[in-house]
Design a protein around this ligand. Sequence first.
Ligand SMILES: [Zn+2]
Length: 99
Amino acid sequence: MVVQCDKGCKKFFDVDIQEREHGEGIIESYFQCPHCNSEYTIAVTDEDLRKRQDEVKQLIEKMNKTKNQVEHAKLYETMVKKKEKMIRKMNRLNKKIKK
Ligand SMILES: [Zn+2]
């Protein structure tokens, strides 16, 4: 994936995703601009969040399989709620590691 370095030098580069551990099971996925070393965090997860990511994946699989509209709507709603909670938690983790 090619992106533009909009935090730093504005040059384009190919993303090379790396992972960094912050202790307590917290893993940050990030990439760096090879031109100016600006860093971009993609996601910060801990064990709990990774477990919830799996749950969301399973919900999406179920959604794709079901032909029942009502069930589909219910699954969708559950998935959206789960994702909202995950985003809030991810933001908290993000703040924690950026301290
Ligand atoms: Zn750059």
